[in-house]
Design a protein around this ligand. Structure first.
Ligand code: SAM
Length: 242
């Protein structure tokens, strides 16, 4: 089983000390002063509270800097070549999308840009708060983000729906990961197999699973088709009739 490193909460400007303490309490994370971080925890995952919002940093990475989320960079990605676009262009935009592994909502954001309504669910409370702040700041209203374990909402999903899953995979291979995903992989435990299998038992006619080439744990059913990219593959389970 992979070992998880819980992020530590600290602050980047003195007036935010109290806010950082409250944040750490609310999410059951440890709080340290910036001095303690610098002196004793030079290799840890840090959640910084700053006057501009919440920032993340993995101090174990050389030359790392606190980072936020860049939805604009996502937008600039060449959508015509994008595998996600190729995948969702096969579906009717009237089908609501349930992103059951919301994370930073970077994929959810791109899916809304393709014309879909996205309900996204994230179980990790600090991450929910971080992503919610970024969605608000960037005025991204089309992604509806909820703090919830997705396993609890599966039974309420209608047949004319799309379930989207981007489960976490191992942390062994650093080279693939962008800093954002790297932070998540190091800090979160993910029972993705259960979520995948439960999603396959739901009523949703369409299920899309983003899978990484380095980790493909066997799924009980075979997908209807796959879209294969350099690093990721989308497995599509199409249960629409006719
Ligand atoms: C690889 S990340 C997804 C990244 C996301 N696609 C993005 O674009 O930012 C997987 C996320 O799924 C969340 N997750 C895993 N199982 C979940 C569950 N049962 N309910 C809600 N969230 C879950 C994890 O906490 C993690 O944040």
């Amino acid at each position: 089983m992979k070992s998880i490193q819980k992020p530590i909460v600290s602050f980047l400007s003195q007036p935010l000390e109290k806010k950082a303490k409250t944040f750490s309490k609310d999410h059951s994370l440890s709080f340290l002063s910036p001095r303690e971080v610098r002196k004793f925890h030079k290799d840890k995952l840090i959640i910084w509270l700053h006057s501009d919002g919440i920032f993340l940093q993995d101090l174990s990475l050389k030359n790392s800097k606190p980072f936020s989320l860049d939805f604009q960079a996502q937008k600039k990605e060449n959508m015509s070549k994008n595998l996600l676009q190729r995948c969702f262009s096969k579906f009717d935009t009237d089908y609501p999308v349930y992103d059951l592994t919301a994370g930073f909502c970077l994929d959810a954001f791109l899916i809304t840009r393709l014309g879909f309504e996205v309900n996204a669910f994230e179980k990790e409370s600090w991450l929910f708060e971080f992503t919610k702040e970024k969605l608000l700041k960037n005025k991204i209203e089309k992604v509806k983000l909820y703090k919830k374990n997705s396993l609890e909402i599966l039974s309420g999903i209608d047949s004319k729906s799309i379930i989207y899953l981007d489960p976490m995979f191992g942390i062994e291979n650093k080279s693939f990961a962008k800093k954002e995903m790297h932070f998540l992989r190091k800090s979160l435990f993910d029972r993705s197999h259960e979520l995948i299998e439960s999603s396959l038992k739901s009523k949703a006619e369409l299920i899309v699973i983003k899978r990484h080439k380095i980790k493909k744990k066997k799924i009980s059913k075979s997908p209807s088709f796959e879209l294969v990219g350099k690093v990721v593959t989308f497995q599509i389970f199409d249960r629409r009739k006719g």
